[in-house]
Design a protein around this ligand. Structure first.
Ligand SMILES: NC(=O)c1ccc[n+]([C@@H]2O[C@H](COP(=O)([O-])OP(=O)(O)OC[C@H]3O[C@@H](n4cnc5c(N)ncnc54)[C@H](OP(=O)(O)O)[C@@H]3O)[C@@H](O)[C@H]2O)c1
Length: 413
């Protein structure tokens, strides 16, 4: 019989309860794989709220982190409380106490991942966080392991299920943004305050972590060019469809020489491209590399069971390392020097949509030419016009948008 590994949970919400359920239901399966986990303590703020759960899973509820830090039996701490503080202090204290940590906290890892990783290493403990990016899609482990002998050029993902659900519903049911948001909230795919998702922040956290895994670069959130989906209209989606594109929130990092680009932006994706076909709450990450060429990883990007599956996989990884006495490995093991392309130098090919109410297409094109832009165009239904630009910076296209009263979207290429 394998040795019992004692676990503690920090927080017991959607993901925490998923982990409890999975460890209970799959006890037999885990034992057949020589792992035997027992969750003993759970840190909560309000024990009264979690009494039934504690009874069902025979848990000891604690409200002071010291009860976990000073318990010599606890080997691994699972941080699923989220947020920056006190999560960060608790994780650092766990490392100092010699405890391994598994987390799904993308916000914190995107902001302070290098400090957390370095501190885990100093203390020779494990730190894994597969659940932090795309919930159930095992993209971090895939990049860290399956691409270890390959060179990645491009990682582009639909990494936020809320935004993808809203954009899909707008497209499939001809809803406006507000109607699709309400539908997402009704179906449990958007929070009451959806800002973190719809403003592109959640996708930004994930892109910071993906760039670190793909290129060994420690980038900061401030390095990213970010826009959310709040200003995408039903009209934009209709116009995009007429020229064969879908609008998707794409989080992308690309290698350009020794620099990388970092952009989270509502983007036109060709409808026959595999990323263009990922619908609703699903996530997908497209990876382009030297040896493998193009590959796409699709799956459920959030939710209790998919995310807790990633957490449990991390726990099994730590258990294997404990057995072999090799804990203290980093999740991702290469670092590379290099720069980030400054936001004002980022260039894309754009499509600018506009409706020509007073001016003719010929007049619009003449004005655009006078301003020094080169465009090709396609006339659309309902007086619509789609202008395809040359490669422009975001500042330049903003200038173009203003004087023709149009709306620009970069093309995924
Ligand atoms: N849900 C997903 O699909 C998903 C997917 C990928 C990653 N994640 C990440 O997983 C983490 C957890 O997400 P979740 O959806 O499970 O969140 P959640 O449902 O809101 O649960 C958070 C839990 O943490 C507890 N908590 C918060 N602050 C605490 C504190 N200071 N002390 C003790 N307990 C505290 C909350 O307790 P109260 O009951 O007192 O509020 C609650 O039990 C987050 O980092 C999130 O970004 C979630």
């Amino acid at each position: 019989m394998s040795q019992v590994i004692h676990l503690a949970l920090l927080g017991c919400g959607v993901v925490g309860q998923g982990v409890l359920t999975q460890l209970k239901i799959q006890k037999k399966l885990l034992k057949s794989r020589q792992v035997n986990f027992a969750i003993t303590k759970v840190l909560v703020r309000d024990p009264a709220k979690y009494q039934d759960l504690a009874r069902e899973h025979q848990l000891e509820l604690v409200t002071d982190i010291q009860d976990i830090l000073t318990d010599p039996q606890i080997d691994i701490v699972i941080e699923v409380m989220g947020g920056f503080q006190p999560a960060e202090d608790y994780i650092l204290a766990c490392f100092a106490a010699g405890k391994h940590v598994v987390s799904a906290n993308k916000n914190l890892i995107a902001k302070n991942g290098p400090l957390l990783i370095a501190t885990a290493q100093e203390n020779q403990v494990a730190f894994y966080y597969e659940g932090a990016v795309c919930g159930g899609v095992p993209i971090l482990r895939t990049i860290a392991q399956a691409y270890s002998g390959d060179e990645i050029f491009n990682v582009a993902g639909i990494v936020n299920g809320t935004c993808n659900f809203i954009l899909s519903q707008m497209s499939q049911k001809q809803l406006n943004y507000q109607e699709a948001l309400v539908l997402a909230q009704k179906n449990g795919f958007a929070e009451a305050d959806p800002t973190n998702d719809v403003a592109g922040w959640d996708a930004s956290y994930k892109l910071v972590i993906l760039a670190h895994f793909a290129y060994g670069r420690k980038v900061a959130l401030e390095d990213l060019k970010v826009a959310g989906i709040e200003n995408v209209t039903a009209q934009d989606i209709k116009m995009a469809q007429q020229i064969g594109y879908r609008i998707k929130l794409i989080a992308e990092t690309k290698k350009v020489g020794n620099a990388i680009t970092l952009i989270v932006w509502p983007t036109l994706v060709f409808e026959s491209h595999s990323l263009g076909q990922i619908e609703n709450e699903n996530n997908g990450v497209f990876v382009k590399s030297n040896n493998l060429g193009e590959a796409l990883y699709i799956g459920p990007g959030a939710g209790s069971q998919p995310t807790s599956n990633s957490v449990v996989t991390d726990l099994i990884t730590v258990a294997s390392e404990m057995k072999l006495n090799i804990t203290g490995q980093t999740f991702h093991s290469f670092d590379e020097a290099g720069t980030v392309v400054p936001q004002n130098e980022l260039q894309k090919t754009f499509v600018v949509f506009l409706t020509k109410e007073l001016l003719t297409t010929r007049q619009i094109l003449a004005t655009i030419k006078e301003e020094g832009f080169t465009v090709t165009f396609q006339e659309l239904k309902d007086n619509g016009l789609a202008l395809f630009t040359q490669r422009l910076s975001f500042n330049e296209v903003e200038r173009l948008e203003k004087f023709i009263d149009g709306k620009a979207y970069p093309i995924f290429e």
